[in-house]
Design a protein around this ligand. Sequence first.
Ligand code: FAD
Ligand code: NAD
Length: 491
Amino acid sequence: PGPQLPLDPAKKTLVILGSGWGATSLLKSLDSADYNVVVISPKNFFLFTPLLPSVAVGTLSPRSIIQPTRYITRHKKRTVSVIEAEAKEVDPINQTVTFTDNSEIQGGISSTTIRYDYLVCAVGAEVQTFNIPGVKEHACFMKELADAERMQRVFMDCLESASFPGQSAEEVDRLLHMVVVGGGPTGIELSGELHDFLEDDVKSWYPELAGKVRLTLVEALPSVLPMFSKQLIDYTESTFKESKIEILTKTMVKEIKDKSVVLQMPDKSIKEVPCGMVVWAAGNKPRKITQDLVAKLPEAQKERRGVAVDELLQLKGTNGSIFAIGDCTATSYAPTAQVASQQGAYLGRMFAQLARKEDLRHQLNVLEEAIKIVDQRPATPTNDTNTNTSDTKAEELKELVSAKERIERLLNKTKITPFHYSHQGSLAYIGSEKAIADLPFMNGNFASGGMATYLFWRSAYLSTLFSLRNRTLVATDWLKVKLFGRDVSRD
Ligand code: FAD
Ligand code: NAD
């Protein structure tokens, strides 16, 4: 037989689905000595999503913002099994999960089922297309690493094709029109980064084209960034105006075609706008595995946004064996990295408490058994005249009962407290060395530009990166761009 999972039968098996913000934060805080830990994810790395738009414009190299999951697990006390596979089905009754290796190269076996005692669902969400025609076929996304790499290729392709000798003015105009759909933080940050790329590099590498590139941001709601305050929205809109990024609010994308985007304008009229590239940043929806899990528990699970959890992050309608964190849940929290990572860290502490409780319960059972055995033992007289057997039995019982009471007190003290979210503020980079921040400790909002803000934004992200390796790679990439500009070659 080939390699087997190193499962110690004396320990409970904890299966973690995902290797994103929630799962990675859980892995970091988890004491792997307490459980057989198995991580299942189609990506064998963690992706630092806040810097994804920087990869899309070539400021950062893709490798700089990912961290192999094994970098974290290899430092753990006990072996953590990392399996590159996609979880296909969770059976909450029999407590099993079925997963499949979807990669290009597969061995003889590519699908299997394992049993779990505890399961943590941290599978995130996927891009919401609202089934709008042409989105999947013609738009770029900004969710996964491959999306950013693809967008960079498409963007550069538009520039190169527009430079092709004899290209008509009309085609040049179309190829150089970049449309970003969605005025949430992803769309805003990406537009800001695209603007910087145009200003800093495209102007010098493609001087004949630079003035012709247009950026349009389309948002269905009356304003961009609805989660930020009016002051920060105004600041963003005026910055975009100065940067010549056109914002179309109350405008909805109805269809994306090969060479154009169909818009429903605020007056409900339909307009077809030619463009070279469309980036779709219009929000998220639950993954299939999440939807299936909801459907399996119809009594307790009524939300369509994701799985419903209680204050201990246990899935409603299960017996406490399934937990869920991050973007796959339907809670009152925003689907952010900040929430997912705090939930992951909470579960790490919670599983330590759970293991302690189980250990204490086990000790309690042993003591109760021992009390029963001693109690049933007859106080038979011995030949030893110095020993009173009934006194010995009473002594033993007294000791056992006192030990039992001590364990009971400890058990009562080991409380599992509900998850509490502590909001550290929101920060978004809007291009032109400007950032906006909504910081609770500054008693309100904070919007500013200039080198100080830029450095603040950069240092905030540098300090949040998980490892020294990533911090070094990102800082080096920033330095390289400062010295040599972004890499505009298209692979
Ligand atoms: P994810 O981090 O998405 O992780 C999900 C994991 O599950 C992945 O490893 C995936 O491969 C895996 N997976 C998927 N399907 C399966 C399956 N079937 N079986 C097993 N594993 C599976 N939030 C902020 O707070 N601040 C920011 O600045 C910020 N910037 C962002 C920028 C961008 C461009 C994007 C896209 C998002 C940003 N976010 C930000 C949001 C943040 O990334 C998400 O809220 C966060 O990733 C959610 O964490 P998660 O663990 O729930 O999901
Ligand atoms: P989002 O859901 O916040 O925004 C999507 C926007 O697209 C919405 O405003 C929606 O009205 C618009 N939209 C949807 N369909 C449309 C259509 N057909 N035409 C035009 N507009 C349309 O999505 P997001 O920006 O990807 O953010 C997802 C989550 O990640 C949020 O919780 C966000 O806070 C978080 N995030 C945070 C940061 C940060 O803090 N810097 C950065 C990126 C993402």
